[in-house]
Structure formats: C-alpha cells, structure tokens
Design a protein around this ligand. Structure first.
Ligand code: MRU
Length: 345
C-alpha cells in the first residue's frame, strides 16, 4: 500500500515506528490524530508529512459542523495551526498547509462546497507527490552508473513520501534499469531510519546493500569504495544550503574531501526561496530519550545531559547537484534555483 492514503473519512498510514518488526496500519479519524502521528513520527519524511498535513485538513473539513463559509474557514484555520506546530524543519508541511489554505480561501463556495474542495485538493496533493517522485527518480537514476556503490543517509524511500521516494527512489530506479548498484546504508542514529526503514525497503526491492554504522561512513569514503552519495532534504535555502537528517553534513564534508559527488534529491516543494541561507532554517530539537534509549532500553546514565538536533545544514559548497522533478540543478545555485522555481506554477 501507499505510505498514506485517505479512503472516505479515514486516513490510513503505515506505522513507521514499528517497522521492520511489525507492519501495522494506523487509522486516523480526525485531524488531531493526524497531528499526533506527524509529531510522534508514526509518519515521517518531508513529502510524506506534507501529504499527511493536507489529509489532516481534509479530515478537519469533514469534521467541521460550520454552516457558513466564514465559520468553516475559522474551523479550518484552527486545525491548520495545530498541524503546523507538529514539526518545524521540513518545509513540505508548511507548503502543503499554505497550498490548501490559500486555494480554499480563493474559492467562492459555501461551507459544503469548500468541504468537498479541501478533500479533493488533499487527494490531488498526494497523487502529485507520486508523479513528482517518479520524475525525480528518472532524473536521479541518470546520474548513477553501472557498478556504482552509493552511500545513503536516513530514509528517503517510498516510506518517506506517498510512494516512490526521493534519493532512494533514484537508486531503486537505477536498479530497475538493470544497473548494478550497491548501497551502503548508514544506520542513522538516533532513530535508526537507515537500519530500520531503508534496509527494509531495499531488501523488499532486491537492491544489493550493506548496513553500516554511521561512524563507518568516513572509512568507506576514504577507501575509494563509495562512488556517489545520495541523500534527501527537508528544506533547501535559496543559496542551495540543504537541511537534512542529522549526520548529513559530516558525510558531505568527507565526500568533498575525497572528491566524491554528493547529490541531494528533493521535490521543488522542499525548496524555500524565502530563506537566503541554511542558517535561517529552524532545526527541530527532539526528545532526549531518542539518544539515551534504544527500543526503550536505557544505554546512558540516568540524568545525563543530552543534545538531540534532528537535522543539520550542509553548506552548498559541498553539494554537487540538487535533483528535482524539474531536472538536475547545478551551481551557481542562487541563479539556477530561482530559474527552476520560476517555472513552478
Ligand atoms: O526526521 P525524519 O525521519 O522525518 O527525517 C527525514 C529525513 O531527513 C529524510 O532524509 C528527508 O525527509 C528527506 S527525503 C524524504
């Protein structure tokens, strides 16, 4: 099934906290449940949480008892605020909420008409995500050569999107094209998206892979084993700086030092031209227990002080190219990102 879908008035999503041990579907029947699922990472990955936010608004629209247009928009606004406050870094969340809210306000419809409009637009956003990822997978696969060993960080597969994936989507597509690829999968502490989700997805697709500890990445990059690095992104600033899962920066610097191409893959909805550079991106700080515990088992002394930023920023000078559904964007990023975004409706 898709990572997330809305059938009738129920939003169904794969529970990403339980994989790979259990495959469970969570059903959300109101927008608060969707907000909770985004916050506790039942659903995660930048494009997937964008789609979840849109479906959250769709549930709020169905739930609204408003009879007038004004009341309906007030109800939708209240839900939007709760959904917006769930996670701060991935701009796809805000992008989806803004798209639904702006388009809805622009409709000259009564409450009933607006309700149908919001539900239909949420479905469109989810469908578009699949088409966009399919185009990105084609564009990124063209950068992958037969025989490449690719280092990958975090999870950017179908689970991080509605379907297909971003960086991992490119790798899976190259494999489907018959190219012999091998993926070194970073485990991605603290939440282990690499070990739990990426390894599981690649094994489902039969893509050859080796799971490595995060600390082993530098070793493989220096040894000349790795030919390319592929990662996703949660937000790209106007100058091409990339916010992505914590640990991405370290991989990019070591790749650069060793002359290895470093590609970040994202839909244009992840590009935020409102921010001049990456230091303006808000970095989510998550619960200390993600660091002090593994699967509920404590691994550090009680009461230890913890820092747990969920993302870091990779300066654009370490990035070879950004892969989008509209093509591969190379430096100078300020000019080339602006040109690509002008073409987006
Ligand atoms: O905290 P997460 O698991 O939501 O973070 C996800 C990532 O950092 C992914 O690499 C990212 O969303 C980009 S590609 C879908």
């Amino acid at each position: 099934m898709r990572t997330i879908e809305m059938i009738g008035d129920v939003v169904k999503m794969i529970d990403q906290r339980k994989l790979p041990r259990q495959f469970e579907i969570v059903e959300c029947r109101d927008y608060r449940a969707v907000a909770h699922a985004i916050k506790d990472m039942t659903i995660r990955g930048a494009p997937a949480i964008g789609a979840a936010a849109a479906f959250g608004l769709a549930l709020a629209a169905i739930e609204a008892r408003a009879t007038s247009r004004e009341e309906f928009l007030r109800d939708l606004d209240a839900a939007e605020k709760i959904l917006r406050a769930t996670r701060p870094t991935a701009v796809n969340l805000m992008w989806a909420l803004d798209r639904v809210m702006n388009a809805t306000r622009a409709q000259n419809l009564d409450a009933h008409g607006l309700r149908d409009f919001v539900v239909a637009l949420a479905q469109t956003i989810a469908e578009e995500d699949v088409a966009i990822n399919t185009a990105m997978a084609q564009n990124g696969a063209a950068l992958i050569e037969d025989g490449d060993t690719i280092l990958h960080h975090c999870n950017t597969g179908p689970l991080a999107t509605v379907d297909v994936g971003t960086a991992l989507g490119c790798i899976i597509q190259a494999h489907r094209q018959g190219k012999r690829v091998h993926v070194l999968v970073d485990e991605t502490r603290p939440r282990l998206q690499g070990a739990r989700l990426t390894a599981w997805e690649l094994m489902q697709y039969g893509v050859p892979m080796t799971l490595i500890a995060d600390n082993a990445a530098g070793h493989y990059l220096r040894k000349g084993v790795v030919k390319k690095c592929f990662v996703g992104s949660d937000r790209v600033a106007a100058n091409g700086d990339v916010a992505n899962k914590i640990g991405t920066y370290k991989v990019a610097v070591v790749a650069h030092e060793n002359g290895i191409p470093f590609y970040a893959v994202m839909p244009t909805s992840t590009i935020d031209l409102n921010l001049a550079h990456g230091d303006l991106i808000e970095i989510e700080e998550r619960d200390a227990r993600e660091v002090t515990h593994i699967e509920g088992v404590p691994i550090a002394p009680d009461g230890v002080r913890v820092g747990n930023p969920a993302f870091d920023v990779t300066p654009h000078k370490y990035i070879t190219a950004l892969v989008t559904e509209r093509g591969v964007v190379r430096p100078p990023f300020v000019e080339n990102l602006a040109r690509v975004m002008r073409a987006v409706k």
